[in-house]
Design a binder for this molecule. Structure first.
Ligand code: FRU
Length: 536
């Protein structure tokens, strides 16, 4: 192995399984002792303090705070009668846990949904001249479902006049009844449509989405349906999102619809597809240059990894910021209820900025970690101009604990189709996680089959996961985040994303670049230890 060029080298005590939790400690009485250092507990991804969590809900920015509500069952670590848990952040990195926002009631459990700032008090539910926050969610009646009825899901609202601290359910719920008697009739996302000057609700109805419109968030009319004939239909449709976004190259405004489906994901189980098109205040139509129209591709996936589901974007991000910020649930219904964590279940993905760009495969949504995450970085360790001839050790040299780090890497592959290149994390138990690129297949892959505990589900580690590469550049750009029990890879500037959870029985302590079938030149590699975020 050649000598490393170190532009900044520092030595932390390299302890097996040491976590980068030096200065920032959790505070606040509600946090159970040991919360932050339990086995498999992420250090900078959002997790509930305890018990079961699934989808992110009601993500809205208001008065300097990013609100994150989430599907929550406070009585068990498996799914049950759903509540909306609640947390807020001022920077998308550090979070404050707040009391449960919405409890089940006589109309049912509180399923997924969204929240908006009703700026002009169109609902009349505001007080003292301040805009209220309105949450729009699905009521799911388990009683009606058990009684064999089909109309057990319907859309309801709740409002808050104290910055989301307390919520009152609207007395006239539901606001969208299920007159069509469709069993899966849920997950409303509401946006204000500037052009048609109305609120638009999009929600999932089994194999399609429905659009409804309203002047006041209370009185709704059906506008149109979309999707029976488009996209992937390997499972039921859930958790849509709809937003306008400017295409980076032309500045033209397009509309994007995110649509989660379970099962039927590209690597099994749950996943999120999307559509690019146009919304005219009534109907959604696909853009003529979007893949399903052009190449007949069935679905385009936001994230090829198995652990990014039910994600949607924040509402009411200030215009001056202008970002479209996404967050998903970092799990998969194939095994979510049996993953080996003891006091809680599931984490959210990192928040990501979405952009729309023309790529070699046509219009695509690109994902990138939000820049606020840079605040977690410790001192950088850099490599330049090295060649990976089989293996290049990164960990021992840098002192960075691979179980909590960010890697930004640009590498040039040799000519020829044989190269296999990637990054591998391992521990003293011989457990190993690999993520990389295979030139012969022109695909990225993630291999968690030997990355630790896998026996809890047959589906969890049944195969290596893959994602087709889009870019035709020789140089590969990888941006990776590792957080104890997960890896998020943003490849080629965010064109291809893979999110993977894994459960090593001891924290990963070694990290290596590897190559076969040709030497790979590292143009640049930066490795940052990441501090833990504050959860209080
Ligand atoms: C998606 C989902 C939603 C539903 C919620 C129930 O993961 O199935 O469709 O509202 O979870 O917890």
């Amino acid at each position: 192995m050649k000598k490393l060029v170190l532009s900044a080298l520092f030595f932390l005590p390299l302890l097996t399984g040491c976590r980068n939790n030096m200065e920032k400690e959790t505070t606040g009485a509600a946090v159970p002792p040991g919360y932050s250092l339990e086995p498999h507990r992420p250090q900078f991804h959002f997790t509930p303090e305890k018990m079961w969590m699934n989808d992110p809900n009601g993500m809205v920015y208001y008065d300097g705070e990013y609100h994150l509500f989430y599907q929550y069952y406070p009585d068990s670590t498996v799914w049950g009668p759903m509540h909306w848990g609640h947390a807020v952040s001022r920077d998308l990195v550090n979070w404050e846990h707040l009391p449960i926002a919405l409890y089940p009631d006589s109309l049912g459990y509180i399923f997924s949904g969204s929240a908006v700032v009703d700026r002009n008090n169109t609902s009349g539910l505001g007080e003292n001249g301040k805009p209220p926050l309105i949450a729009i969610f699905t009521h799911h009646s388990e009683e009606k479902a058990k009684a064999g009825r089909q109309d057990f899901q319907y859309q309801s609202i709740a409002y808050s006049n104290d910055r989301g601290r307390t919520w009152t359910k609207y007395a006239g719920n539901p606001v969208v009844p299920n007159t069509e008697k469709i069993r899966d009739f849920r997950d409303p996302k509401v946006i204000w449509d500037e052009a048609s000057q109305q609120w638009i609700m999009v929600f999932a109805a089994q194999d399609h989405v429905k659009f409804w419109g309203s002047p006041d968030l209370i009185n709704w009319t059906h506008l149109s349906d979309f999707g029976r004939e488009w996209g992937s239909h390997g499972g039921v449709w859930e958790c849509p999102d709809l937003f306008p976004i400017q295409e980076e190259n032309s500045g033209e405004t397009k509309w994007v619809m995110l649509l989660s489906i379970n099962p039927g994901g590209p690597n099994g189980g749950s996943a999120t597809q999307y559509f690019v098109g146009h919304f005219d205040g009534k109907k959604f139509t696909l853009d003529p240059s979007f893949a399903p129209q052009v190449s007949g591709e069935k679905a385009v996936w936001l994230d090829y990894g198995p652990d990014d589901y039910a994600g949607v974007t924040w509402s009411d991000i200030p215009k001056a910021d202008g970002r479209r910020i996404f967050l998903g649930w970092m799990s998969n219904w194939d095994y979510a209820t049996v993953v080996p964590t003891e006091t809680w279940r599931s984490a959210m993905t990192l928040p990501r900025k979405l952009t729309l760009k023309q790529t070699a495969a046509g219009l695509r949504l690109l994902s990138q970690p939000v820049k606020e995450l840079e605040s977690l970085r410790g001192e950088v360790f850099s490599l330049e101009g090295q060649t990976v001839e089989r293996e290049l050790d990164m960990g021992g040299q840098s002192g960075v604990s691979p179980s909590q780090m960010e890697v930004i890497l640009e590498a040039e592959l040799p000519e020829g189709p044989e190269t296999d290149f990637g990054i591998a994390l391992s521990n003293s138990k011989g457990e190993k996680y690999r993520i990389g690129y295979n030139a012969a297949k022109n695909e990225f892959y993630s291999d968690r089959t030997k990355a630790g505990v896998t026996g809890f589900s047959e589906k969890f580690a049944a195969k290596i996961h893959t994602a087709p590469r889009i870019s035709t550049e020789r140089a590969l750009r990888l941006h990776l985040f590792f957080d104890v029990a997960s890896c998020e890879m943003f490849a080629d500037g965010g064109e291809v994303v893979m999110t993977e959870a894994f459960f090593p029985s001891e924290d990963f302590s070694e990290v290596k670049l590897y190559s076969s079938g040709g030497d790979v030149k590292v143009i640049e590699a930066r490795v940052y230890p990441l501090n833990k975020a504050v959860f209080r």
